[in-house]
Ligand binder design. Sequence first.
Ligand code: EPZ
Length: 428
Amino acid sequence: MHELLIQGGIPLRGTVKVKGSKNASLPIIAASLLTSEPVIIEDVPDLLDVRDMLAVIKSLGSEVQYNAIDEIIHISTHSLEPLEPSRHKVQKMRASFLVLGPLLARFGQASISLPGGCAIGSRPVDLHLKGLTAMGVKFTVSGGLIEGKTNRLQGARIYLDYPSVGATENIMMAGTLARGTTVIENAASEPEIVDLAGFLNSMGARISGAGTKTIRIEGVKELGDTRYAVIPDRIEAGTLLLCAAVTGGDVTVTNVLPDHLRPLLAKLRETGISAEEVDYSAIRVIGSSKTRGVDLKTLPYPGFPTDLQPQFMVLLALSNGTSLVTETVFENRFMHVDGLRRMNANIQIEGNRAVIQGSSKLSGAPVKASDLRAAAALVLAGLAAEGTTVISSVDYLWRGYSCFEERLRKLGARLERFYPENREQVEA
Ligand code: EPZ
């Protein structure tokens, strides 16, 4: 795994364009399995998770061309087979589980490994299986492998005990080719769900209500071809805006949909930071040395996104006063706190709540990343801190941020990626 060395204390300034959404791209790539016609997907960022998802559908017989420079994928699944996707990939990346609904819809059968848990929690799939079972699938689970079989998926009315993003996506994809109508109640309403529905409807699906708590899917006989561009990544946008906030800089992010960032913008303003929409697709944040601590609770959309909680905590660690962060989505999403404490942050954890006594300074230190958004938080802390920070296991970053260092350098950041054995040369 690489390490990242950051010289902190430099205010970031300039303009940066946000790339396409990882969490819209992954389900949309999985959804390409629902049609035997060619599919073109645009604005797909070059991420490790994207490459892994493409490897999963290739292992099922899909033909894939990915032009990483132009961020365009061409997929053809006319020679798809109901094989078991690589266990290693499914264990490594939970989103691989999103091929389950499409395979059941296409072939009436699927075998897939239970996804691995990860640093932020056990992350079960019971809601996925409960919804698909209601649609007529018989599942058997043995040795960590799930086998599903159905003569034909039947439309059903499904209430999700929790508005799970992945379960909503798997059931919605399965419903597109089911007999009759499927209604998902208490559905997830994230922008990525709306984008997946848009993609499916562009192939001829009949989905309504995406983005609300109730989604209706009228099954059709087959889906056709399409060319579709994914939405901008709201979590990458939020991470870049927080880079300005924590370094006292002045950054404008372009190619954003401000409506997708309402909770972040509101919370930034509550701390006293200026966060203004420059026009319908750009936002400017000007950092300040006098920010106030605020309380924060993560919730399903449209609440504050859990994927920005680690990054926002860095700002709270630098703000005046006491802040309370409550993480309600994942059971263990404070893995970044150990690293922040090493950098002089004063944070106490009590269950799913963290109490932050803000102070004006963080100091650089050697820290270790544990997952994608924790890595992002440690980068923000390194940019804000006085002195040098070295982040080990920083490869997690490239699961969800493309060309991230280059884009931070363009904003004035001083950082260098290296292998641990080469550290002396870089520090010299
Ligand atoms: C998606 O994960 C995102 N990943 C996550 O982003 C994001 O944090 C999460 O939604 C919440 O917004 C992708 O879209 C690829 P969930 P997902 O199912 O679908 C529990 C990132 O950093 N649950 O809404 O796995 C689960 O344990 C990643 O980009 C069940 O109990 O999220 C968790 O506590 C991290 N049973 C909560 O629901 C189930 O069957 C939210 O999970 C499914 C989920």
